[in-house]
Design a protein around this ligand. Sequence first.
Ligand SMILES: O=C(CO)COP(=O)(O)O
Length: 258
Amino acid sequence: MSRTPFIAGNWKMNLDHAQAVTLVQKLAWTLDDTNFDFDKAEVVVFPPFTDIRSVQTLVEGDKLKLAYGGQDLSDQDSGAYTGDISGEFLNKLGAKYVLVGHSERRTIHGESDAVCAAKVQAAYRNDLVPVLCVGEGLETREENKHVEFTLEQLRGSLDGLSAEQAETLVVAYEPVWAIGTGKVATSADAQEMSAAIRAEIEKLYSADVAEKVRILYGGSVKAASAPEIMGENDVDGVLVGGASLDASEFANIARFDA
Ligand SMILES: O=C(CO)COP(=O)(O)O
């Protein structure tokens, strides 16, 4: 596979800055102990904003090969936006990636596709690679409208994105019904949607762009389920919630092909 696998841990609103340091240290040791080859897969953590400076200090101080990113960003770069965090700030802290449109942002904070599209642009303006999250709820899946729904979200959230920007994009398919529920979509479900997303990107841009975009699956991924999911042709990585809070479980997910 020409696309480098992307193993991401979304900590959500868990772990303070001191706990973050402990987890990142343990993760780095665990991967080192098993001679993990960082050229074979990118390992990325998404801590809460208040942890990022501590994670940066550790990663830079110990020259760890882990990358990190923000869980969200403002669509604005600075100004009177109380409580928001600018992509500029994340970039300054050495963040490489940023999640955009996670289902918890879309539902709890009512983020629309248009808001997500503006955030994707804010990410690129600040040299951050967006990890755009899309995915349907249970009702949509039961009505068998999941592909149509997710592709519409994708198109809406990519509005205004150039082909050049799209080349580095990461998309995460996270069916809402599989998040934190223990219900994992089957690897065939993950492949079906990833292939549909890739075909849509080809339609919007080109086969060349579609070949480069990395597509992740997220929703109750564990070390036991990761290898099968990662074995699917169009799945290039996983976005892990709960299991990423346990260093050895997350390290084992990263070692999916060991
Ligand atoms: O939302 C997720 C990652 O962004 C998935 O969370 P869980 O792995 O806890 O289901």
